[in-house]
Design a protein. Structure first.
Length: 79
């Protein structure tokens, strides 16, 4: 496991907490709660969502163009 909190027994945890700075403890907290992993997964999901939204918007635009072209061809060949 990559979670450092799993490997600390109570005595080691006490020593760790007494010997570290607030910044180091916060970094440990982020790793133990897997916040960094969740943040990177969230960013990746956000990028996929943005890509999908862009592709959907582009396909809607192309659909409107295709529908317009179909109407033009229908009018051209119906007369």
């Amino acid at each position: 496991m990559d979670n450092p909190a799993v490997f600390l027994n109570q005595e080691a945890n006490k020593e760790f907490l007494q010997s570290k700075t607030q910044h180091n403890m916060y970094c440990f907290f982020r790793k133990a709660t897997q916040m960094d992993l969740m943040n990177s997964e969230y960013q990746e999901a956000k990028e996929h969502n943005n890509t999908g939204t862009y592709k959907l918007q582009r396909k809607r635009e192309l659909l409107l163009i295709a529908e317009r072209d179909v109407k033009q061809w229908e009018q051209k060949y119906s007369t």
